[in-house]
Design a binder for this molecule. Structure first.
Ligand code: GTP
Ligand code: SPV
Ligand code: MN
Length: 601
């Protein structure tokens, strides 16, 4: 096995933040006995530790230093070209029975899977350093907050988690010494970064994640999709809260009235961009603030849903990010950022397709090869990413650390659909909204390996992230609704509808404010809408389109329903529900029948 990460020996005072909780120590001992690392590095999240790890990463080419004047305290990381996205086909939910994992997850028997992983991990860290990372998901004083530990042999993972989570002492304090406290056990090893030995395994009943053979994003930052969503959703159902693949944003009117909305869009379908939206000039005095850009944890309080962002940073899609599309993201990633798989310019700056200005005459592409504008290959990988602290975001919401969370007025579902789905519509009520979420579809993107652009059903944007039976998940949504005296209104949006010329009909990005404004109007009881078989639809004059250069036909197309497309769509809903093998709650089947009746089917 190739030695990817030789051991490092830190000076005194670094790498020795050993926790006192006996359960944690026993577990670390067990994993160390199995993986046989050269030494154990106990992370504390301090600045000294960061400096030490950066120095070592530069020495070992795990990171490349960028031009300090162009992007201060920022680094480039290149992952293995065989390891550039989440791997859904190698992601497993290992519940005692297959039925608990349900029809949408890859299931593997826990006993056999532990045995297989134990074989792979046996001696896997020989000659390497084993890092133990304590981290906390959620604000310090939130009842939803969870503690996790990730054991890893990757410095890139350590440096990324210190941005993505609240890492170090703060997590140890939260955990305390109770040997029976709830905490997540995460084990990650690069092994030899071979797709044939790449497995991302979840053991919800043990609150355990084991990930091997990858060094990339959602496969290895175990706090994110693995804990906050897959294990999170499993715990949420048991504990009566919700763990969702949602951004959370605040919208404040010029009069100072503020609403929060949460939106579930599949991977690479616009969450980070929407969460950082800057309203166009026409919306003078309106302000949008970011609570979170990827994951929302919600609980019931006073008959409403309150949300927190469990994360502390953003792991965002780089290509397409510019001062025009997302100025707040550009400012967020101007310093203290780890870039993964973007291009490196000759003056030590980063570059990607869609960045402002002219492409550089020469660069080194994401694979490390020479690149010029004439090259056939892309300079940055389509799923290249930035890792940046949320504190860098100029639009960060002031209540992001509020333990009780922010009250949610609206939930928005959205996918990437070139046809069928209108720009925006509103569900008739909670249960109908759950149906909209359950039947969501979207074209696949580069965020996961596999074909791009294929329409697939992705309920609540959770298809790859729901850690248990999807039928029970739908029922959980219905059950939560019953407990809400003031449920959020539910909407569906589609920024990605295309015209006959194959171009997007809607300008998107900041202009999405026009849709958001209508959603807020509906929450305030003031926005107009027409009743249609799929829900409440705005007519063109219900949307504020002033000072927007868009032609009337495009607006009609965006807000219109094509009868034939919808008959096909509803048939696809049935096909999807049927494919789930009888787990779909009766309430949702009834919703489908009502919808079909509206189209005389
Ligand atoms: P993950 O981080 O993978 O979960 O993705 P995300 O949902 O945060 O998506 P993100 O905001 O990073 O956007 C993904 C891609 O969609 C980028 O290439 C964006 O430029 C593009 N995009 C985002 N918003 C819009 C929009 O309103 N219109 C159009 N046409 N493209 C958009
Ligand atoms: C996603 O795919 O939804 C992401 C990227 O946010 S990853 O963290 O790799 O899952
Ligand atoms: Mn994102």
């Amino acid at each position: 096995m190739k030695n990817l990460a030789p051991a490092i020996f830190p000076p005194k005072g670094i790498g020795d933040a050993k926790p006192s909780n006996k359960a944690v120590l026993d577990w670390v001992h067990e994993i160390a006995t199995l993986t046989q690392p050269e030494n154990i590095f106990w992370c504390d999240g301090s600045e000294r530790e960061r400096e030490f790890l950066i120095t070592e990463s530069l020495k070992q080419n795990v990171l490349i230093e960028l031009n300090e004047k162009k992007v201060p305290r920022s680094y480039l990381h290149r992952s293995s070209p065989n390891d550039v996205a989440r791997v859904e086909q190698f992601t497993f939910v290992c519940t005692p029975t297959k039925e608990e994992a349900g029809p949408t997850n890859n299931w593997a028997e826990p006993g056999e899977t532990y045995a297989k992983l134990r074989d792979l991990l046996s001696g896997a860290m020989r000659g390497r350093t084993m890092f133990v990372i304590p981290y906390m998901m959620g604000p310090a004083d939130s009842p939803l907050t969870k503690v996790g530990f990730e054991i890893t042999d990757s410095k890139y993972v350590v440096l990324s988690l210190r941005t993505m989570t609240r890492m170090g002492e703060i997590a140890l304090r939260r955990l305390g010494d109770d040997p029976n406290a709830e905490w997540n056990r995460g084990v990650h090893s690069l092994l030899d970064v071979n797709p044939e030995r790449r497995f991302i395994c979840h053991f919800p009943q043990d609150n355990t994640i084991i990930s091997v053979g990858s060094g990339y994003g959602g496969n290895v930052l175990l706090s994110k999709k693995c804990l906050a969503l897959r294990i999170g959703s499993y715990l949420a159902r048991k504990q009566n809260w919700m763990a969702e693949h949602m951004l959370i944003l605040g919208v404040e009117s010029p009069q100072g009235r503020k609403h929060y909305v949460a939106a579930a869009f599949p991977s690479a379908c616009g969450k980070t961009n929407f969460a950082m939206l800057i309203p166009p000039a026409h919306f003078k005095g309106w302000k949008v603030t970011t609570v979170g850009d990827d994951i929302g944890w919600m609980r019931i309080r006073d008959g409403r849903l309150y949300a927190v962002n469990p994360e502390n940073g953003y792991f965002g899609v780089v290509p397409g990010t510019s001062h025009k599309s997302n100025p707040n993201a550009m400012r967020s990633i101007a310093h203290d950022t780890i870039y993964t798989n973007v291009a490196l310019t000759d003056d030590g700056d980063v570059w990607w397709e869609g960045k402002d200005g002219e492409p550089p005459a020469h660069a080194i592409d994401w694979r490390g090869n020479d690149w010029t504008p004439q090259s056939k290959e892309k300079a940055a990988h389509p799923n290249s990413r930035f890792t940046t602290p949320m504190r860098n975001n100029p639009a960060l919401d002031p209540d992001v650390e509020k333990g009780e969370g922010v009250p949610i007025s609206a939930i928005i579902f959205g996918g990437r659909r070139s046809d069928t789905a209108p720009l925006v519509y509103q569900a008739f009520d909670w249960n109908h909204g759950v149906y909209l979420g359950a039947t969501m579809a979207s074209e696949t993107t580069a965020a996961a390996t596999g074909a791009v652009g294929r329409v697939r059903r992705d309920p609540m944007a959770m298809l790859p992230f729901c850690g248990y039976n999807i039928g029970d998940y739908f029922q959980h949504w219905l059950d939560i609704g019953k407990q809400l005296a003031n449920p959020p209104l539910i909407f569906n949006v589609n920024w990605f509808r295309k015209g006959a010329d194959g171009k997007f009909l809607w300008p998107g990005f900041g202009e999405n404010m026009r849709v958001l404004k209508w959603i807020i109007d509906r929450c305030e009881g003031s926005g107009g809408a027409l009743e249609s078989p799929i829900g409440w639809l705005p007519s063109p004059h219900d949307l504020d389109l002033a000072e927007l250069d868009i032609d009337h036909n495009a607006v009609d197309e965006l807000l219109g329903l094509d009868h034939e497309e919808w008959q096909k769509e509803i048939a696809a809903h049935k096909e999807f529900f049927d494919s789930l093998g009888g787990v779909v709650p009766e309430v949702l089947q009834k919703q489908r029948e009502q919808l079909a009746a509206g189209f005389e089917m």
